[in-house]
Design a protein around this ligand. Sequence first.
Ligand code: CS2
Ligand code: MG
Length: 402
Amino acid sequence: MKIVDARVIVSCPGRNFVTLKVVTEDGIHGLGDATLNGRELAVASYLTDHVIPCLIGRDARRIEDIWQYLYKGVYWRRGPVTMSAIAAVDTALWDIKGKALDTPVYNLIGGRSRDSVLVYGHASGRDLEDTVAAVATYQAMGYKAIRAQSGIPGLASTYGVSKGDLYYEPAEKGLPSESLWSTERYLNFTPTLFKRLRQEFGDDLHLLHDAHHRCTPIEAARLGKSLEPYHLFWLEDAVPAEAQESFRLIRQHTTTPLAVGEIFNTIHDCYQLIQEQLIDYIRTTVVHAGGISHLRRIASLAELYHVRTGSHGATDLSPVCMAAALHFDISVHNFGIQEYMRHTPETDAVFPHAYVFQDGTMYPGDTPGLGVDINEALAATYPYERAYLPMNRTLDGTMHSW
Ligand code: CS2
Ligand code: MG
């Protein structure tokens, strides 16, 4: 089953997506998401100019050999651009294999371990009351797990607060905007938010929160401790995790479950966190962590240490990634939860898919392969528009994690 063509499709139905399409001599095609928010063209070029020439003529069935060829053979290993490109190839080859064998991808990686996949949505508000109302909206939509992010008194803007109603899209056309941040105000306010949410919604609703890399370990320890009465499902990205040992200090002070990993791209970024049980959920994704093949490796290591999966699923991960994630999620034993920030109707029109949301869970569908496609003619009507994620500074003007 030789690969005879492969091309990168860049499209911007409201936001930029990069999609790899691989075609075999049998006329079967497979898709892979290669979107890296704010650096999309870097991955598009990596694929077009460096990877695709090496794919033509290879046997599409040899997924593992091609993965190793692109990882070991490239010399310059790891990093978000390289691993997103490898992920796109890996995902497309699993899609092809499923189509060729006339079976959904989840059947190729162990079959279903559950009937459907628990997901969480993103509720946000400009202030506490707005956020309470947003959580109520998501609960009414059937979500059993809801992430809550709120504006912070005294700060003009913060992470995670949507500009519109249902859709949260952080990337902005033009040059990066800059916001001002105060960890102190954030730490003083956040427990108030979750106390209110528990008063309003009771104990059964799973509540999640994303600190988005903004605390130091001792600040994160304070935050985790202050949130213990409200028993969050998880506190995410409490601190930047390049220094994996930072989580030891947080762990010493709080039982609030910790999640990290959406910006990781290989098992090397998280094996210490997992082996020392410094986290409870690993957030690595199909698109940014080397594809389905590598995500399975990370999940297998995590299983040994009681760490569960909780893959990232923001709007800047395309429906191709969401489809692949759901095949992985419904099969992997130590599944935890899947993030599902629903895409806009214009994005869904470019990427028709079989997966469905119902009553707080999702199902990948039983279509052979991944059950997602791309309408290339429609995609072509949305040309790329350079966009950036915002930047963040503390009140005295010092650069800070966004
Ligand atoms: C966030 C993302 O969904 C999340 O947990 O961390 O919205 C993240 O900010 C974006 O995916 C960045 O592109
Ligand atoms: Mg996050």
